[in-house]
Design a protein around this ligand. Sequence first.
Ligand SMILES: [Zn+2]
Length: 102
Amino acid sequence: MEVISILGILWRIKFNEKLDDKDVDAQSDPHEKIIRVADDIEDGVDVNRILRHEIIHAFLYESGLGFNWEHKPYGHEETMVDWIAIQYPKIKKVFEKLGIEE
Ligand SMILES: [Zn+2]
């Protein structure tokens, strides 16, 4: 289990979890402050990308954008969350090249 700080709030990451929703590889629980990664992820699936996606959710929750925001049943607009999660490493490289990452 990993513990990470999301805007100063401690979240746990648990691997090999049995998830209620069998259609997803991971879930963020903003009440328990836990990211759960499924125990049945198929070979070849990029777990780092899945983690980045869930961590973006956590940042959104902790910055005040929770279930009240955008995508009605879930709260977050999944396409934008995924876009940030996928593009983040490339954006980070550009920021680092310019020395403007902070
Ligand atoms: Zn999501």
